[in-house]
Design a protein around this ligand. Structure first.
Ligand code: HEC
Ligand code: HEC
Ligand code: HEC
Ligand code: HEC
Ligand code: HEC
Ligand code: HEC
Length: 164
C-alpha cells in the first residue's frame, strides 16, 4: 500500500492545507470536499510536495511538483494502481501521450481537488466527442432510456466496448 507511505511522508513534512493558505483558499475548500481529505486524510503535499521555496517566495518559485496533463495518471496511479493500469490501455492514454489531440486523463473525469459527479463528467464528454457512432445511441438491455450512460457500453477505464 504505497498510498499510506506517501500519506505519512506528507504528514511528517507538515503539508497541511494551512501551509498553503491564505493564498489558495479556493483549492483548499475544493479539496476539503473530496474523500481524499474528508475520509483518507490526505494533504496537499502528497501531490505537490512540501513546496517550501514556493511558499516563501510568494509563488515566484514553482511548487515542487505540478503534473503536466500526461503525468496525471502516474501521479494518481501511485495510489490507484489498478485504475492506472486499465487507463494505460485506453485510447485516451494513447492520444494523451501522442499529444495529437486533447485527451482525457484521470482529472478530466474525476476532478483533481473537488470530486466531479459522473453526471457532470458525462456532459463533458461531448466537448471532444460531439459526434459518436450510431451504436452509441442504442439502448442496452434492461437499461432505463433516460439513465443510459456511456459506461453502460464502455468499460470505465479501458473504454473497450462491453455492450449493448
Ligand atoms: C504566499 C502565497 C502562497 C502560498 C503560501 C502558497 N502558494 Fe501556491 N501559488 C502562489 C501564487 C502567487 C501562484 C501563481 C498564481 C496562481 O496560479 O494562483 C501559485 C501557484 C501554485 C500552483 C500552480 C502552479 C502551476 O504551475 O500551475 C500550485 C500547484 C501551488 N501553488 C501549490 C501550492 C501548495 C501545495 C502550497 C502549500 C504547500 C502553496 N501553493 C502555497 C502563492 C502561494
Ligand atoms: C490528489 C492530488 C492532488 C492533491 C492532494 C492536491 N492537488 Fe492541487 N492539483 C492537482 C492536479 C492534478 C492539478 C492540475 C494541474 C496538474 O496537472 O498538476 C492541481 C492544480 C493545483 C493548482 C493550480 C490551479 C488549479 O486549481 O488547478 C493549485 C494552486 C493547487 N493545485 C493547489 C493545491 C492545494 C493548496 C492543495 C491542498 C489543499 C492541493 N492542490 C492538493 C493535484 C492535487
Ligand atoms: C496518496 C494516495 C492517493 C493519491 C495520490 C490519489 N488518491 Fe484517490 N484515493 C486515495 C484513497 C486512500 C481513497 C479512498 C478514500 C475513502 O473512500 O476512504 C481515494 C479515493 C478516490 C476516489 C473515490 C473512489 C470511491 O470509491 O468513491 C477517486 C475517484 C479517486 N481517489 C481519484 C483520484 C485521482 C483522480 C487522483 C489523482 C489526481 C488520485 N485519486 C490520487 C488515495 C490517493
Ligand atoms: C473517461 C472517464 C474516466 C477516466 C479518464 C478515468 N476514470 Fe476513474 N472512473 C470513471 C467512472 C465512470 C467510474 C465509476 C464511478 C463513477 O460513477 O464515478 C470510475 C471509478 C474510479 C474509481 C473508483 C473505483 C472503481 O473502479 O469504481 C477510482 C479510484 C478511479 N476511477 C480512479 C481513476 C484514475 C486513477 C484514473 C486515471 C489513471 C481514472 N480513474 C480515469 C471514469 C473515468
Ligand atoms: C479532452 C478531450 C476528450 C474528452 C473530454 C473525452 N475524450 Fe474520449 N477520446 C478523446 C481522444 C483524443 C480519443 C482517441 C481518438 C482516436 O484514437 O481516434 C478518445 C477516445 C474515446 C473512445 C474510443 C475508445 C476506443 O477504444 O475506440 C471512447 C469510448 C471515449 N473516448 C469515451 C469518452 C467518454 C465516455 C468521455 C467522457 C467521460 C470522454 N471520452 C471524454 C478525447 C476526449
Ligand atoms: C448502447 C451502447 C453504447 C453507448 C451507451 C455508448 N457507446 Fe460508444 N460505442 C458503442 C459501440 C458498440 C462502439 C463500437 C462500434 C462502432 O464504432 O461503430 C462504440 C464506439 C465509440 C467510440 C469510438 C468511435 C470511433 O470512431 O472509433 C467513441 C469515441 C464512443 N463510442 C464514445 C461514446 C460516448 C462519449 C458515449 C456517451 C455519451 C458512448 N460512446 C455511449 C456503444 C455505445
Amino acid at each position: 500500500m504505497i498510498w499510506w507511505l506517501l500519506m505519512l511522508a506528507g504528514m511528517a513534512q507538515g503539508q497541511t492545507p494551512h501551509a498553503c493558505s491564505p493564498c489558495h483558499t479556493e483549492q483548499i475548500a475544493d479539496f476539503g470536499s473530496h474523500k481524499h481529505a474528508s475520509k483518507a486524510g490526505l494533504e496537499c503535499g502528497v501531490c505537490h510536495g512540501l513546496s517550501e521555496k514556493h511558499r516563501k517566495s510568494n509563488g515566484e518559485a514553482s511548487p515542487d511538483r505540478v503534473a503536466a496533463p500526461d503525468e496525471v495518471a502516474a501521479m494518481c496511479g501511485n495510489c490507484h494502481a489498478q485504475e492506472k493500469s486499465q487507463y494505460m490501455q485506453s485510447k485516451h492514454q494513447v492520444a494523451m501521450v501522442q499529444r495529437a489531440a486533447k485527451s482525457a486523463n484521470c482529472s478530466t473525469c474525476h476532478g483533481h481537488h473537488a470530486m466531479k459527479e459522473w453526471t457532470v463528467t458525462q456532459a463533458g464528454c461531448a466537448k471532444c466527442h460531439a459526434t459518436t457512432p450510431a451504436a452509441c445511441k442504442g439502448k442496452p438491455a434492461g437499461a432505463v432510456a433516460a439513465k443510459v450512460s456511456c459506461m453502460n457500453c464502455h468499460a470505465r477505464h479501458t473504454l473497450t466496448v462491453t455492450g449493448p
